[in-house]
Design a protein around this ligand. Structure first.
Ligand code: GLV
Length: 309
């Protein structure tokens, strides 16, 4: 089987080595070397250029090199009817939860305020609740959001989660729909965004949403930059509505050097590293779906294109 590989950020050599071990008869054809496009049956991609996938007449499967698929569905000429699958890898799920736990603990223990005090050589203790008294909200209860919510619960936080359709998670208050979103926001002192980026969630982290959080709440966005209205975040931080933000994803990546987020004292910037794709573990999930395609068995983690995740 010939599979096209296309990514500006993932190593083709690593993927070639890992997939070669699992599927010795697979030929990974690395963009821009398309060769004969009629031979390509599957495409493993990160941010494919619009129109490219539509030029592959025998394409039967599109596999995302990331957990999200917005970078694929953004292509207006995506070939209709070709299934798209997300990458679900327990290693990446664990990495995302590590990041969320780290940042929620930092915010809970008031690291941003203590760093500011350190810069001013100021010795002052701040009132400190414990985790059971800290209400954390998780937006998005898919594979990543559910794992993060459950691990925050293990740390002792009072965790609630929100998803578009109803989900149940042991020990976690769950909300859904528009009314549920407001209820979740009103109780979230630390809000973690792990939503898929869809037309329904683009720009969801805006002034209206910040206005529903308790005053002084903090935000962790490790989903997509497109969820955040950047000017609204700056206004919310500068007006005291929010106390801090941790951002791993941005509308423009790399974040331009002149961007105000870099120097903001209440924003922590990380360069889209919360859960990087890890070929040694992710290749198993990719190989599994390629085998399923070959054998005509149902695909795993198939995207519902009508809801775009
Ligand atoms: C990265 O952001 C991903 O979608 O895995």
């Amino acid at each position: 089987m010939v599979v096209l590989f296309l990514s500006a950020v993932d190593s083709a050599a690593d993927w070639q080595a890992e997939l070669g071990r699992l599927l010795p008869d697979l030929e990974l054809r690395v963009w821009p070397d398309l060769g004969d496009p009629t031979e390509i049956e599957a495409a493993l991609v990160w941010r494919p250029p619009p129109g490219l996938l539509d030029r592959l007449p025998n394409l039967k499967l599109i596999l995302s090199l990331g957990a999200g698929v917005d970078h694929i569905l953004a292509d207006p000429s995506l070939p209709p009817g070709v299934p798209v699958v997300r990458l679900v890898d327990p290693y990446m799920t664990a990495a995302m939860s590590e990041y969320v736990q780290l940042q929620v603990l930092r915010l809970h223990r008031q690291d941003p305020a203590y760093l500011e005090q350190q810069r001013a050589r100021r010795w002052r203790t701040l009132p400190q609740p414990n985790a059971a008294e800290r209400r954390v909200g998780v937006l998005g209860l898919g594979v990543l959001g559910s794992d993060a919510a459950l691990k925050l619960k293990v740390l002792g936080f009072d965790v609630a989660g929100w998803s578009r359709s109803e989900r149940k998670l042991p020990g976690i208050a769950t909300f859904c729909g528009a009314d549920g979103l407001e209820a979740l926001l009103r109780r979230s002192e630390i809000l973690v965004c792990l939503l898929p980026l869809t037309p329904a969630t683009a720009g969801i982290l805006d002034a209206r949403l910040f206005g529903l959080l308790p005053r002084g709440a903090a935000l962790v966005n490790c989903a997509r930059g497109g969820h955040l209205v950047e000017a609204d975040l700056l206004a919310a931080l500068d007006g005291g509505r929010l106390s801090a933000a941790v951002l791993d994803v941005f509308r423009d990546e790399p974040l331009p050097p002149e961007h105000p987020f870099w120097a903001h004292p209440r924003i922590l910037v990380t360069p889209h590293v919360a859960a990087a794709t890890h070929p040694p573990s992710a290749a198993a999930a990719v190989a599994d779906n390629l085998r399923r395609l070959r054998e005509g068995r149902p695909l795993l983690n198939r995207v519902d294109v009508s809801v775009r995740y």
